[in-house]
Design a protein. Structure first.
Length: 135
């Protein structure tokens, strides 16, 4: 799935934060996530300061903070939920955000796992993927 920069859609607040702090506020998955490093390294390579406001290990935690205006994030397209993709057209920042890598999301269920373990999560990922693909 393709990585996307995402925010709450409030371009004026994001622009004001960057002008006041001279850094990009980041809400990211923890350091074990490829997007965590890609976001920081990508901004660093174009000489843009960033500050990790919070690291979390769930999309719902990240989305809550992003939607509350605490920063921007990087998520897989299928995990956007109510967050808004930050594109060249709606980007209020005085630079183009770096391109992000694609990731492969895999779910491995062992023979000893509960028969229903992961089914709901897999169904949700598939449903989100189909919604995004049809748009």
């Amino acid at each position: 799935d393709e990585g996307m920069w995402a925010f709450n859609g409030d371009t004026l607040a994001l622009k004001q934060h960057y002008e006041d702090k001279s850094s990009v506020p980041l809400i990211l998955f923890d350091k074990s996530c490829h997007f965590h490093h890609s976001a920081i390294q990508g901004l660093s390579q174009i000489n843009i300061a960033s500050q990790v406001i919070c690291s979390a290990n769930s999309v719902s935690a990240i989305a809550s903070l992003v939607l509350a205006g605490q920063g921007i994030t990087v998520v897989a397209r299928t995990s956007l939920g109510q967050m808004t993709i930050l594109t060249e057209d709606n980007n209020p920042l005085p630079f183009v955000l770096p391109k992000l890598p694609e990731v492969i999301i895999e779910m491995v269920i062992t023979a000893n796992a509960h028969p229903n373990f992961g089914r709901a999560q897999l169904a949700e990922v598939c449903e989100n993927y189909l919604k995004v693909s049809s748009n």
